[in-house]
Ligand binder design. Structure first.
Ligand code: NI
Length: 183
């Protein structure tokens, strides 16, 4: 088994902030020849996500346009790391659920997003094994949010243009202030 969480803190990756071309692009499928690259990225992505902290991180967010994401919605110290390589949604419930979402690529920005309440997905795990699983609640929301990233879609693409513009302007302003503070 791959150890998903062990990595030195110095190995953190930098997270792209929206707007960015890689965040808008459809990511490429992970092929057999990408296996070594993906294996090396997974522990670094977990370290980066736990450090942020966040509950999901997709490869495009760290500048790798590959169909791969990680998720961990466990609370507190109990970790439930999940690696999704080439994930696909096989089925989604007609019942919807609305949750407040945020994103490490849109720091400090939040909005209510409505999505299917339950999904069934197919993916490959960290060891390249084909798997299927069903998810509901926060996990279902998080997985759909991460799969969106692989298709160049951000949570703000699910809300009205008016709300999206307000968030993107606020984010740009906060990023300018942060950059100025760094000198
Ligand atoms: Ni996100």
């Amino acid at each position: 088994m791959t150890d998903l969480t062990a990595t030195p803190p110095a190995d953190l990756l930098s997270i792209l902030i929206a707007p960015h071309a890689v965040l808008k692009a459809r990511a490429k499928p992970v092929l057999d020849r990408d296996a070594d690259r993906v294996r090396a990225l997974i522990p670094r992505m977990f370290a980066t996500m736990y450090h942020a902290p966040g509950i999901g991180l997709a490869a495009p967010q760290i500048g790798e346009s590959l169909r791969m994401a990680i998720v961990d919605v466990a609370e507190g110290d109990a970790r439930q790391p999940l690696v999704l390589v080439n994930p696909e949604i096989l089925a989604a419930s007609t019942e919807l659920a609305t949750r407040e979402e945020g994103c490490l690529s849109l720091p400090q920005q939040y909005a209510d997003v409505t999505r299917p309440a339950r999904i069934k997905i197919r993916f490959e795990d960290a060891d390249g094994m084909r798997r299927e699983m069903e998810a509901d609640g926060l996990l279902a929301t998080c997985i759909q949010h991460e799969i969106d990233h692989l298709n160049g879609v951000l949570f703000v693409d699910h809300i009205s243009a008016l709300k999206r513009n307000i968030i993107m302007r606020k984010l740009a302003k906060e990023q300018r202030i942060k950059a100025a503070e760094r000198g």
